[in-house]
Design a protein around this ligand. Structure first.
Ligand code: NAP
Ligand code: F7E
Length: 354
């Protein structure tokens, strides 16, 4: 432990945001600890690709295991905790609702309880989400911190529990607990099951003649998509405020899945209509139709604003996937997760009629 450095503990450090946040905080001079859970194949490809695997300190713990969390928090003795760990895929939350609520809702309660007993001065960031809004706003509106919540999935229900607990612990125990209500944010390190990366990865394969179909669900869903490295900076800013509070982080723009598809195929010089098939299997029992976030509060309070446009985002993701597949064929070996997802994999998600 380096006592001259500020210490931080990140849960979910192996995920998209965790990896970018770890890099950002290392550059700020923090000593960065992260918890990793036991899985059958180590999942360090993001930390490796950012070249920080040997710069962070990893501790074995799981959000469902209070004893391990308690040990991780005591061992790292952090000034700040960023709770990014989650079962983060909305589609899977319909298939594994109990596990999702256990990790996303109760997991955060376990952290709060450990911190309350160990050291109430630790500042805590909770990864909240635009999924909380569900369908509470029509297709003309915009969501901000005052918009009501109406979760549409077990994922969002678990996150709403965590958000309420954050507020309750803040008020009851005078703890510094803040929620970042982040809208969708994507990147070259996004998981392959999320729609943006599924699209750019598959379009890159189609461009190189390795695939000829892209199966998708609801093309009409609209999302406010930003770039993950821009968004992790806001997490840190939220914890540097004088008082704990909740902030929407978004781009103030909305685009449909169809528009994302069109842009990715346009970059590849291909006509999307020849390759995209809609497939019921990728439709959710209850989808969020429309999201568009107003980030004015964060902008007014600490000057945060998005730096990357929608078109720049699609371009970065598509070019990196194309590059990865080309390097793969030049003999470079990648972690399975970086590229090698069977894009049209037949998972049996629950459908409305089951
Ligand atoms: P992600 O890539 O799916 O990463 C999730 C992380 O959580 C991974 O490190 C995963 O570990 C870890 N994890 C899952 N279950 C765990 C458990 N039981 N114990 C400990 N760790 C566990 O997600 P992300 O996109 O970086 O998102 C980060 C956070 O922000 C999540 O809480 C997500 O719900 C929230 N969020 C994301 C977005 C977005 O658009 N990306 C928007 C709003 C909110 P493994 O590597 O072992 O799987
Ligand atoms: O879906 C539609 C799908 O899975 C986006 C998570 O980071 O952001 C993310 O949740 C939209 C949905 O992200 C496919 O029905 C169509 O309407 O990329 P997604 P998400 O559900 O918005 C929020 C803010 C989070 O907090 C979450 O952690 O795209 N869609 N066809 C599809 N989605 C997927 N995954 N696959 C399809 O084939």
């Amino acid at each position: 432990m380096d006592l001259n450095k500020k210490r931080v503990l990140i849960t979910g450090i192996t995920g998209q945001d965790g990896a970018y946040l770890a890099k950002f905080l290392l550059e700020k001079g923090y000593e960065v600890y992260g918890i990793v859970r036991r899985i059958s194949t180590p999942n360090y490809w993001r930390l490796q690709s950012l070249d920080i695997l040997d710069k962070v300190i990893l501790i074995s713990a799981d959000l469902t295991d209070m004893a391990s969390l308690s040990e991780a928090i005591q061992k790292s003795n952090p000034e700040e905790i960023y709770n990014l760990a989650a079962q983060s895929f909305v589609g899977s939350s319909f298939d594994q609702p109990l596990n999702t609520i256990d990790v996303n809702g109760l997991g955060f309660l376990r952290i709060l309880e450990v911190v309350r007993n160990f050291n109430k001065s630790i500042r805590i960031y909770q990864a909240s989400t635009s999924e909380l809004f569900g369908d509470s706003v029509s297709s003309e509106g915009i969501q901000d911190e005052k918009t009501s919540f109406k979760p549409n999935s077990p994922y969002a229900a678990g996150k709403l529990l965590a958000m309420d607990l954050a507020r309750i612990y803040r008020e009851s125990y005078d703890m510094f607990v803040s929620n970042g209500i982040l809208f969708n944010h994507e990147s070259e390190l996004r998981g392959l099951e999320f729609v943006t990366r599924k699209i750019t990865n598959e379009v890159a394969k189609i461009k190189l003649g390795l695939s000829n179909e892209l199966h998708l669900g609801n093309l009409d869903a609209k999302r406010d998509w930003g770039y993950a490295p821009d968004y992790v900076e806001s997490m840190w800013m939220i914890l540097q405020q004088d008082k704990p509070d909740d902030f929407v982080i978004a781009t103030n723009e909305t685009h449909s899945v169809r528009e994302f598809v069109e842009e990715a195929f346009r970059l590849a010089g291909l006509d999307w209509r020849e390759y995209v098939k809609t497939n019921e299997q990728f439709k959710r029992p209850y989808d969020v139709r429309y999201l568009k976030g107003d980030y004015s509060k964060a902008n007014n309070k600490f000057g945060w604003k998005p730096k990357t446009t929608f078109k720049e985002l699609v371009k970065k993701m598509f070019e990196e996937d194309l590059n990865r597949w080309q390097r793969h064929f030049d003999g470079e070996v990648f972690a399975w997760d970086a590229i090698n997802h069977p894009g049209n994999i037949k998972f049996l998600y629950k459908s409305k009629n089951k």
